[in-house]
Design a protein. Structure first.
Length: 217
């Protein structure tokens, strides 16, 4: 399947929602992609012309770096769109916690990649993240947790990157909401600070995304 056919299958062909109708978006995307591809092509030509295996390996490493940078930029576009979509549909009436730091909605699509479990009734059960900040979480659970209780949580990735970190949270509030319980917690203790920094990077990346798309923090 070529790229044009794939594009048509994803968005159904040209329509009013296609970005091709927005000149500024087209200029931005084509400039970024063509710029990166030109640099990658030049590096591949250099690698092919090198007699030294070490120099060839260095040029190929630079190619990989350029590909990673392009992939990161594309992920930024996806996350920026997810954040705008979620922000527009978030209902703040369920957020009764009083965290002073900014709370970021957790887009539903990320539940495919990140899983959170917490200790409830002597076993670990999956819970659904609603929003998060640097030091706290709001999640939905089928079981209540009394305010003041200290619980262990396990945060893990479910796909290509495999990471898991255990940390302790203290419940700040718990209230029933539409058949489940909305529970706000504060992060108290982390078992492995190095691993937890991976998840802090999620917060940092989304913070940076907000700044780049000029959304208020």
């Amino acid at each position: 399947m070529d790229m044009i056919e794939r594009c048509n299958r994803i968005c159904g062909g040209l329509n009013k929602d296609c970005f091709i109708g927005n000149r500024n978006q087209v200029v931005c995307i084509t400039d970024m992609i063509i710029n990166k591809i030109a640099g990658i092509s030049a590096l591949i030509e250099l690698a092919e012309s090198e007699d030294s295996p070490e120099q060839m390996s260095q040029n190929l490493s630079m190619v990989q770096g350029q590909l990673d940078a392009l992939a990161t930029w594309i992920k930024f576009l996806q996350i920026a769109n997810d954040i705008r979509t979620v922000m527009s549909s978030t209902h703040h009436d369920i957020n009764v916690e009083r965290r002073s730091e900014h709370r970021f909605p957790f887009p539903g699509i990320y539940h495919k990649y990140i899983e959170l479990r917490t200790e409830i009734s002597d076993s670990f059960k999956n819970i659904s993240i609603i929003n998060f900040s640097e030091h706290g979480l709001l999640f939905s659970s089928s079981d209540p947790i009394a305010p003041g209780e200290l619980k262990e949580c396990i945060l893990s990735t479910k796909h290509t990157i495999k990471k898991e970190v255990h940390f302790m949270v203290r419940t700040r509030h718990c209230r029933k909401y539409k058949g489940s319980y909305m529970i706000g917690v504060q992060i108290e203790e982390v078992s492995d600070v190095t691993s937890f920094n991976f998840f802090r990077n999620i917060h940092g990346f989304i913070t940076e995304t907000f700044k780049k798309i000029n959304l208020p923090l």
